[in-house]
Ligand binder design. Structure first.
Ligand code: UTP
Length: 410
């Protein structure tokens, strides 16, 4: 672990020495904890505050992208399945579950994957994901490595829950955990906020932090030594997610693209979903709030929406390209938030109004760092049942209905 002197040097390099202000007064336990937090933080993220934010967010020329549609897939399914199964059963595909988020919208005080969506019996979100992955394992006749990203905030709970549940029957030798980096929260002047004398105010650094955290954990080297070439990355929310889907893998491999993204046709032009498109000739994801009226309504010659393909956080990435991308910096998103903090007198303050910034890296920005990404259309009601809220849109209620429609007993 980092020493006190190293931490001091690191912090004075970025003008944040105040973090160690109470160090001498802390217990041994608290000192250790504070040093561990300092070590787990990516301080370079603070540079984003100095950059011209407008410039960072400037977009290039946006155009629609062509997708492999459901009917294309039907036509080519034998070939896609053959190529995909070959890749999965020869161990070239591993899965990465992004489960480091805080799931605030759901309002559940445990990791989201521990949520029980069952009605007459227990059925946890994690269990749904393992069940889905087992289908790919059965089809390929080969265990698939699954790397689960947690955060400092939910790691212990996640690991002990899954151990206690015996990984829902999955082969534990193929389940690996890694912890994502944290990003500090700052006040408007860029000074890192403290929650207490020994706790830095910080949050997971966004789902875009996954690859650098995977590399730092050493797991990437392990995967490479097992001859893994592709990573299928997905989120914890979608209980209908198809993982290591041979057809998807086959389509991407056959196309020669550097990456692939599962997409669904929008349910309505205004649907609040990130849309896969081309930006300056290379793939990119435009958020719904960045779409102009013209883009929202633009139609193709056949009358379909020109910007029709919403992303569902299910990507296939080639490791070699990811390693190249990892040498570049991902865009840092700065978000204004209400951040509880310790004031000058040591009192804990819960602000009523936003008082600072949090920083986030987003996986969707990685798409624009690729020269090619195959949009692969899936049937929404078969593969997309996200749980973001307790009820309403993208909720426990809507996901239960979709699970039942897909034959899952609740
Ligand atoms: P969301 O964008 O839904 O964020 O994450 P969230 O933090 O989980 O939920 P809210 O917004 O507070 O309600 C999409 C996916 O990215 C993962 C989440 O676990 C989920 O699978 N994620 C998000 C991370 O792994 N790390 C993060 O820092 C953020």
């Amino acid at each position: 672990m980092i020493t006190y002197d190293e931490a001091k040097n690191l912090l004075s390099g970025c003008g944040q020495e105040h973090i160690l202000r109470y160090y001498d007064e802390l217990s041994d336990e608290e000192r250790k904890s504070l040093l561990a937090q300092i070590e787990g933080i990516d301080f370079s993220i603070l540079d984003a505050l100095e950059k011209d934010r407008e410039n960072v967010l400037k977009r290039g020329k946006i155009e629609p992208i062509e997708a492999v549609t459901i009917s294309d897939i039907k036509e080519n399914s034998d070939e896609y399945r053959r190529i995909g199964l070959d890749a999965v059963s020869s161990g070239k595909v591993a899965a990465v579950l992004l489960a480091g988020g805080q799931g605030t919208r759901l309002g559940f005080d445990k990791p989201k994957g521990m949520y029980n969506v069952g009605v007459t019996h227990e059925l946890y979100i994690f269990e749904c994901l393992f069940n889905n992955l087992k289908k790919a394992v059965e089809e390929a006749g080969k265990w698939i490595h699954l790397c689960i990203m947690t955060s400092e905030k939910n790691s212990d709970d996640t690991v002990s829950f899954l151990r206690e549940k015996g990984f829902f029957g999955y082969n534990s030798e193929y389940v690996h955990f890694f912890v994502q980096d944290m990003a500090p929260s700052v006040d408007y002047s860029g000074r890192i906020l403290m929650e207490s004398r020994s706790r830095i105010s910080s949050s997971p650094n966004g789902n875009g932090g996954w690859f650098s955290s995977l590399v730092r954990s050493g797991l990437m080297d392990e995967l490479k030594s097992c001859k893994v070439e592709w990573l299928n990355v997905f989120g914890v929310d979608n209980v209908l997610v198809k993982i290591a889907d041979p057809l998807f893998v086959g389509a991407v491999v056959k196309s020669g693209a550097q990456s692939g993204s599962k997409v669904v046709a929008k349910s309505a032009p205004e649907e609040r979903v990130g849309v896969l498109c081309l930006e300056d000739g290379v793939p990119s994801i435009v958020e719904y709030y960045e779409m102009t009226e013209d883009m929202i309504d633009q139609r193709t010659e056949t009358g379909e929406l020109a910007y029709n393909y919403g992303v569902i956080l299910n990507y296939l990435f080639s490791i070699s390209k990811l390693e190249e991308i990892n040498k570049q910096k991902l865009q840092v998103h700065i978000v204004e938030k209400k951040i509880p903090y310790m004031d000058e007198n040591g009192g804990y303050v819960k602000p009523e109004e936003p008082n600072g910034y949090k920083f986030e890296l987003l996986i969707l920005d990685m798409i624009h760092m690729h020269d090619s990404c195959l949009p692969y259309e899936v049937i929404r009601d078969r593969e997309f049942a996200p749980i973001k809220n307790p009820d309403g849109v993208d909720s426990v209620v809507s996901a239960r209905k979709l699970l039942e429609e897909n034959g899952v007993e609740l």
